[in-house]
Design a binder for this molecule. Sequence first.
Ligand code: IFM
Length: 447
Amino acid sequence: MESGQTRDGARGGGGFVWGAATSAFQVEGGAREGGRGPSIWDTFATRPGAIEDGTDGQVACDHYHRFPEDVALLTELGVDAYRLSVSWPRVLPTGVGATSAAGLDFYDRLVDALCAAGIAPWVTLYHWDLPEALQQAGGWAARATVDAFADYAALVARRLGDRVTCFITQNEPWCAAILGHLEGVHAPGHQDGAEALVVAHHLLLGHGLATQAVRRERPGARVGLSHLYLHVEAAGPQLEAAARELDGVFNRFYLDPLHGRGYPEDVLAHYEGQGFLPNGLAHVRPGDLELIATPADFLGVNYYTRARLGGPAEGPLTEMGWEVYPDGLRQALLRIHRDYGPPSLVVTESGAAFADAPDPDGVVHDAARVRYLEAHSAAALAARAAGAPVEGYFVWSLLDNFEWAFGYTKRFGLVRVDFETRARTLKDSGRWYRDAIAAHRAAEGGR
Ligand code: IFM
């Protein structure tokens, strides 16, 4: 390691990590290249009406071919770290067994390019693109998928772990389980509450097993999970119980088992009442809860909005219809610190979709996103100043990209992507982020 770099490859000084994030399916494209197998999102996108604009991830931002340009953009921003995800079917086309040399080479080259630029790669192992072959064998509802995931995690750690220190096992288990298996709006598009709860358990178990697998391969690795945190408030005392229930299904159902408390009784009772536990907890085997509670090095917190029960939103809404409520992030970080005490907290996603468009000169004046990021990064720093061990802040997203069921209709990027030409344009928010990072670094002592 060169002098001036931290253990995580950040620019130095061991200070706060500023980053930007994407995920494989949302940006890579190259869907049929290098022997990549199909993922459940390739399949789901072919379902009529599944994706709002009828698009798919075949080309996406074409990051598969244009990653050098994207690394140059990250360099221009001056970030310490870039959070990317590895596409499981790109490196293991059927999820198990034979690897794709071309797929592994792609991540080698990407990681090398980041390291050469002094940017630490933070690697997410599962950001929702399950190999379709595994779905055919039962998907996350099948326990065998959990073992396959641990093997895949070991493979990635073996291959990239000489240059990657930080691994995120699962991104947002709530989304994968509930949106994908109960609401049916994400791949694989099922609507089965009982299956969704089995899937949630297997995703968490996959986190525990993958954490251990990564550490076996790379004892110096740091491993965590990214949780989508919903800040829930009741607008009046009569809604306190409903707020506790919503916080339970969204937050505690994941954070409690991750921190050794098992599944919260009140949430289990709620799901039982909905008929989602016809066999009780038969899918939870002895030892599972201990595995899920394998101590992590950090908890990733993805924060976008609050749910205010019984009252209107008080802040402006983003293009997703989500209320802008920065103080929810500060409160979330302090609450998680107080209630669960993970050794470190990292804001692994924070950002907003707005319908920004280039002006006649091609400049994107996304003032609303600048305000959003300014307020939310300040909220993260405020929680840190108040004692929560907040280690970093990653903007979602580096690029406008494939926003799942919304296709390309929602733009979250610091960088605009023209989906006809794939041309990239740094937005005002990108320039603001670059200056904010530089100013923060200068204030921290000029690193
Ligand atoms: O785009 C998603 C990302 O994949 C997971 N977290 C939320 C983002 C915005 O919806």
